[in-house]
Design a protein around this ligand. Structure first.
Ligand SMILES: Cc1cc2nc3c(=O)[nH]c(=O)nc-3n(C[C@H](O)[C@H](O)[C@H](O)COP(=O)(O)OP(=O)(O)OC[C@H]3O[C@@H](n4cnc5c(N)ncnc54)[C@H](O)[C@@H]3O)c2cc1C
Length: 414
């Protein structure tokens, strides 16, 4: 393989206590939580919006996790107050408006005092031995450096940890295949018949069996006539150039085809009204952490002393071969340990969100948004404590972490 080495002098744009890379559920919560502990936080977001897959990919429904707590609970209280459960142990599955949540997160992070850099992509770390001292960021002004004492990697792909040298795995143990990608879209009930439209190169699905997932999967919870559709499916790993290139085109083709099918099968008055700007990516890289969460932990309902998030969301593996079929198994509830957020070999990096250390099956459950918010919140507080103590992220006092999380409104089930 031909290679170049690339050296460049890069100006330091700013300094922070903590850099959060990625503004999805995990990143937003991490940034808020760390800021609330008095730290200067800079959040780098590759796109022009916060919310990650929830807004960017139009994944605008929260799956139930059995513990509506912390920042996630606040978000529900502030955006969907009617859905707020009395007890934090009650599961909710609310559909939400991704455009409003996008606006809400902009305002929320601004009010909290987080410095968000939009259109700012993490591209590499500057390291001194096992410590990251700065990150290189591609911005609208070109490459800049941002210095920090700690980094929370919420890119969903483990991008920071991997660049800093962490080991990672990808997909199923036997063949490396990840869950497929899906472009979720919206249709709206116009109240009058809509002419079904099928662009060139799209598919005419005769019946349910011919659909990409071989099933119907949509939600219509609100009163504004919005139908949220999760019915496309494209094989591939969203962290691979060729796979994502194919998926962007193929998933859009499927969107038009599924919409056309629905307009002929029960949704005759629904127009195709929103297609997000990028395909949804479920699974890419998992860092190798101090502990790897496994299917056995989930099935056993395992509890950990260093719990940082809890969920009872099911095992939910969309078939990695891209064909119809989903491995769905209910769970009683389990803990995610702090050690799964710590990439081996790095002193001041925490990973939160869907790319923590977990097996393919375990990640299929812990990946949903509420759990990512919970992991992010814990990571934000943990990073802050490590900075205060002058220790490695791995050496914080878990009891103290739980105390501060508790003061931030987080309740863990015993
Ligand atoms: C099709 C689909 C359906 C799903 N269905 C549901 C559902 O019904 N309910 C549910 O709760 N969950 C669902 N999920 C899961 C959930 O949406 C994600 O797992 C969750 O959003 C992950 O959160 P995260 O913060 O870890 O990462 P992401 O949401 O992936 O966010 C990562 C963020 O980091 C940014 N980023 C990436 N690289 C960089 C970089 N180099 N520099 C700067 N920023 C970067 C991205 O732009 C993004 O904003 C679904 C996911 C998909 C794809």
């Amino acid at each position: 393989m031909k290679e170049y080495s690339f050296t460049r002098k890069v100006r330091v744009y700013d300094q922070a206590d903590i850099i959060v890379a990625g503004g999805g559920p995990a990143g937003c919560a991490a940034a808020i939580a760390a800021t609330r502990t008095g730290k200067k936080v800079i959040l780098l977001e590759h796109s022009g919006q916060l919310g990650g897959m929830g807004t960017l990919g139009n994944v605008s429904i929260f799956m139930g996790v059995g513990n509506v707590t912390g920042i996630y609970r606040e978000i529900i209280a502030e955006t969907l107050p009617d859905q707020l459960p009395k007890s934090h142990t009650e599961s909710i599955w609310p559909q939400y408006n991704p455009f409003l949540v996008r606006h809400y997160l902009n305002t929320k992070l601004e009010k909290e005092g987080v410095k968000v850099l939009y259109h700012a992509s993490f591209i590499g770390v500057v390291k001194e031995e096992d410590t990251v001292t700065a990150v290189i960021v591609n911005t609208r002004e070109g490459l800049v450096a941002v210095e920090a004492k700690g980094v929370i990697d919420c890119t969903g792909d483990g991008r920071v940890a991997i660049d800093a040298g962490a080991d990672y795995t990808s997909g199923r143990e036997e063949d490396g295949l990840t869950q497929p990608m899906t472009l979720m879209f919206m249709m709206t009930n116009t109240g009058k018949k809509v002419e079904p439209y099928l662009p060139e190169d799209c598919y005419y699905y005769k019946d349910k069996a011919e659909l990409p997932q071989g099933r119907h999967l949509f939600w219509e919870q609100g009163t504004d006539g919005t139908l949220l559709v999760n019915m496309t499916r494209v094989k591939g790993n969203g962290a691979k150039i060729d796979d994502i290139n194919y998926a962007e085109k193929e998933s859009l083709r499927q969107v038009f085809s599924v919409a056309h099918y629905l307009q002929r099968n029960g949704f005759e008055t629904y127009a195709l009204t929103h297609i997000p700007g990028q395909v949804g990516v479920r699974e890419t890289n998992q860092i190798v952490g101090h502990y790897t969460l496994t299917e056995a932990d989930l099935l056993a309902g395992r509890r950990f002393d260093d719990v940082v998030a809890q969920t009872n969301y099911e095992i939910d593996v969309h078939s990695p071969d891209g064909k119809p079929g989903t491995d769905e198994r209910t769970l009683s509830g389990y803990d995610i340990p702090y050690r799964s957020l710590l990439p081996k070999g790095l002193r001041n990096v925490i990973v939160a969100g869907r790319s923590i250390s977990a097996t393919h099956v375990a990640m299929s459950s812990m990946r949903v948004q509420a759990t990512c918010y919970a992991m992010g919140q814990s990571a934000g507080v943990a990073a802050s404590q490590a900075i205060d103590k002058g220790c490695d992220m791995a050496d914080i006092d878990i009891h103290r972490l739980h105390e501060v999380l508790n003061a931030q409104g987080v309740v863990f089930l015993k």
